[in-house]
Design a protein around this ligand. Structure first.
Ligand code: SF4
Length: 333
């Protein structure tokens, strides 16, 4: 039986691409690639995710973590960044390359994606689609079922593995054809377009770009930490992350590196902090002042408190007043 391997974002287009091909009796195996920038939280509940996708859309999906290769690509994407820190063209190239390496594992004859020509300004123009195919090494093995009829027939169509007549000719930004097709398949509940990739979110993208500009080597846990909490670049180069609630405090404790300082007030509730790369006494004072500033207030005011710094077996306390807002706003990342 013919098998197709599908790049599956979880959005409507990727769902429909799978269903259009499966409707021809072809086995479709979907793969959802994840990095901390998109989909990473699913790794903790992979089976539940697979069950939901199967129940909701009738699609078999596996997850693959491509964080390390993605981090490398993101430093210098050959086709550049979009409006924020999103390297959409090179992202697609990388994911297709990864998918190509998985074809043997699933005995897949070709790859499919939910791309629709003209739908996205940068990554789905006709010339860009060709570049993505070429630079991923997927020319001749990539089929885009939703816009196949707007393209030259692929080998899978020419060789009769799939019937071109039953494929589609969607193009442009309109969503109506997809919505109608979803109705035909009885799919009513699907994610809204956009969202899901933090590299397109201006504030997050800025922070990630800052991190890339500062560190030559990207660490997974650093990147995971960048995506939540309050962040400050202290005057002498320390990088402080503060949790905003209990859940973030616990995550910071889990993600911090043994070389970082964990910072908190032992006698008052407030944020957990992770302090990276601090060596100057002023940065320790600033970190302490920030922890107190965002800690529990006494009689409605942030009040002087003791702050504990711990890194491995090293521990020390600083007693400090809270920093005033005007003192730290320029440090916020
Ligand atoms: S929005 Fe994010 S996940 Fe989507 S193509 Fe662009 S970089 Fe990749």
């Amino acid at each position: 039986m013919t098998c197709a391997l599908a790049l599956f974002s979880g959005g409507l287009d990727s769902i429909l691409a799978c269903r259009v091909v499966a409707a021809q009796g072809i086995t479709v195996q979907a793969v959802k690639f994840v990095t901390p920038f998109f989909g990473y939280e699913l790794l903790a509940r992979e089976q539940e995710h697979a069950r939901k996708v199967k129940e909701s859309y009738g699609i078999d999906v596996v997850l693959r973590d491509v964080s390390e290769s993605y981090f490398t690509m993101l430093r210098n994407p050959p086709h550049g960044y979009g409006k924020n820190f999103n390297p959409c063209i090179d992202c697609k190239i990388l994911l297709l390359r990864e998918a190509k390496t998985m074809m043997k594992e699933f005995s897949a004859s070709f790859l499919i994606t939910g791309e629709v020509i003209g739908q996205r300004p940068m990554s789905q123009r006709r010339d860009t689609l060709r570049i993505i195919e070429r630079d991923s090494g997927c020319t001749g093995i990539l089929l885009r079922p939703l816009c196949a009829k707007t393209q030259e027939p692929t080998p899978a169509e020419r060789e009769g593995l799939i019937d071109r007549e039953l494929l589609l000719d969607f193009n442009g930004r309109g969503r109506q054809p997809q919505i109608q097709l979803a109705e035909q398949f009885g799919i009513n509940d699907y994610p809204r377009p956009a969202g899901g990739c933090v590299l397109t979110e201006p504030d997050q993208a800025k922070r990630i770009a800052w991190y890339y500009g500062r560190y030559p080597k990207v660490r997974l846990n650093d990147v995971r930490m960048l995506l939540f909490g309050r962040h400050f670049q202290l005057p002498h180069g320390g990088w402080l992350v503060l949790g905003r609630d209990e859940a973030e405090n616990s995550r910071l404790e889990t993600l911090h590196d043994p070389g970082d300082y964990l910072v908190h007030m032992p006698e008052r509730s407030g944020p957990m902090g992770v302090l990276h790369d601090a060596s100057h006494p002023d940065d320790f004072s600033a970190a302490a002042g920030l922890v107190v500033r965002f800690g529990k207030r006494i009689d409605g005011e942030a009040a002087r408190a003791t702050v504990l710094f711990a890194s491995g077996s090293e521990k020390f306390h600083l007693e400090t007043d809270p920093l005033g807002d005007q003192d730290f706003q320029r440090w916020a990342l």
